[in-house]
Design a protein around this ligand. Sequence first.
Ligand code: SAM
Ligand code: SF4
Length: 524
Amino acid sequence: MGKSFDIGLERLTGAGVPGIGVTQDGGVPIAKNALGEKPPPQDASTAGSTFYLETFGCQMNDHDSEKVAGVLVARGYRQVDEPEAAKVILYNTCSIREKAAQKVFSRLGELRPADELHRKSFNTEDAEEERRVHGGSLPGNHPSLRKIVNAGGGKIIGVLGCVAQQEGEEIFERAPWVSLVCGSASYRKLPQLIVELEAGNRRVTGLDTDTDETFETEITRRDNPWRAYLTIIEGCDKACSYCVVPFTRGPERSRASASILEEVRQLAEAGYSEVQLLGQTVNSYADPTPISKGRNMRFSELLAAVAEVRGIRRVRFTTSHPRDFGKDIVEAIETHPTICDHVHLPVQSGSTAVLRAMARTYTREEYLEKIALMKAARRPISITTDMIVGFPGETEKDFEETLSLLDEVQYDSVFAFKYSPRPNTPSLKMADAIPEEEKGRRLAILMDRQREIQRVRNEKLVGETFEVLVDGKSRRENQWSGHTSSNRVVNFTSPEQELLGDYVQVKVSSAMPNSLVGEMVGRT
Ligand code: SAM
Ligand code: SF4
């Protein structure tokens, strides 16, 4: 369940970015101190300590992990590629759908110390739980046991992020070998929590959500050498009836515009040419500090100001909420060529009745008005979305309306998910749950319909030339890949020896539903 349908434009993520290698001693090199700041002096007690950090979920989690890594590196820790080699093992988790949350407990199962395993294998209740988490295998024969790390060897095992916030201290019950549980709203406390563990505390938690702090750190270890992520707003106040984010990430808190702009300037000086502004509802940004007497920057003004920073060639932003999406954002895109021509505007459903049950705060017609603003723009804007199928009470007619919305909007990419009931959410108690099999059927139909739309849309681009930021090199000679401003993946040929990080012109020769193929015809 929770299968995502990710075709066409890939979600921006720092994972798997070329250019990040492994040093000879097994540590992952620090790409750059983006702010050009000197790292604080290393703490003698942690010098030589190692950490392993695995991230699940969205770009916000990827970026939070960059900050967590930055904080630990600044304290003298070195990042390693395998949990077995680490003193501190951290999982930055996602609980948006049940499957994502289960994956974390499955990972934690791999770290179970041998004595725990022996005890648990005789306990029927635990064996039952194990079967649920690992999908049928009993503790004694689960393949993950081959990878067991002896957590007793002085290791610190921590769960960060949304599962931490959602499950809280229950995690200690389910996995007693975990000693640190910290939600994303409390990351500023992480160094202190680790100090407490190093000082001998057995278990520590950071689970407050009633903070108005954002997670700004002195040092962020950025995984992508060309694109820098910046969280401009944390948390969410929207309360969609199916969503755990308001519980796991706390209320909305925006970062001061002056601080954002200063960081963007420093990033540009450090060589980053693309910045991506992040937030669960990025366009709900509300500058907490006045820029002039009684006036605070709106999101569209912030976008424009970021776009004007010297050295910045591309500005992206995600995710926008339809309610707060207005003409001013489209005008900012029209006026500033550096703002990418791509808007991710999740709709969730094409049926007003379902949107109402989801508490999305807009109707199908109101959503389509926002789409019309983009379609009327002076330059083409690529539009992508998220959709949920099988929400409780979704009738066949509601689902047909979602399909007809695909035809009407002509998205360039859709991330579609089967509805997943989540703890604490109002939709958990709603009647008329849709059977899993039916959700799967609807998802497959939606995917087929959208794939065909993308095939036709991409075919129309054959013969056109696009600017591409090169971010990948294939093992095959002369083969490169990159992204257009509209965030399309382009695979292309060029005899050049070094192109990574460059902006080049690529003429499209053929198209697939998920990507374009072409040939480099020049530089920009
Ligand atoms: N804030 C964004 C918005 O309002 O659209 C979305 C952020 S959420 C992390 C990403 C996507 O996960 C959502 O757009 C939605 O499609 C999906 N999602 C959230 N909760 C879900 C659930 N309970 N079941 C299935 N999909 C879900
Ligand atoms: Fe979740 Fe809705 Fe907030 Fe998006 S706007 S994070 S879907 S509650």
